[in-house]
Design a protein around this ligand. Structure first.
Ligand SMILES: [Zn+2]
Ligand SMILES: [Zn+2]
Length: 138
């Protein structure tokens, strides 16, 4: 596990994550692509997160099981947060200084559009597999 600090584009929000899993995940779901223009690349950080400037974070309630956080000043996408466990998936782009990230998993692989693909060797989860997983979490 890694520890690192991060900040949004404008610096209003600062995040310190002390338990970063370096296995990067890519999500191809329609919500992530609509949110950010392409796959959302994230790292799982558990609940050990310290936030500064929390008043600048806007939360969007994006599904029954998760919300998305972004800086209300500069719009930087910060995290995807699971409601049930409170776990944060922080945007991998917040940590340009970390060199240990390796893409490990692609979510909603069957929803990836044809106009891009990653050549990384990873595991894949389809939409059906993910929905089944979340169904067992509730
Ligand atoms: Zn900002
Ligand atoms: Zn997604």
């Amino acid at each position: 596990m890694l520890s690192s600090s991060a900040q949004c584009l404008c610096g209003a929000v600062k995040i310190t994550a002390s338990n970063i899993n370096p296995k990067l995940t890519a999500c191809h779901c329609e919500s992530c692509r609509l949110w950010g223009g392409g796959a959302f690349l994230a790292v799982r950080c558990g609940t050990e997160i310290a936030l500064e400037g929390e008043e600048h974070i806007s939360h969007y309630d994006s599904s029954a099981w998760a919300s998305r956080g972004f800086c209300s000043t500069c719009g930087t996408h910060l995290f995807y947060k699971l409601k049930k466990t409170g776990e944060y998936n922080l945007s991998a782009g917040l940590f340009p200084q970390v060199k240990e990230f390796r893409m490990d998993m692609q979510y909603f692989s069957d929803q990836r559009p044809e106009h891009y693909c990653f050549s990384n060797e990873t595991k894949h989860l389809s939409r059906a597999e993910i929905l089944e997983y979340f169904a067992t979490q509730n």
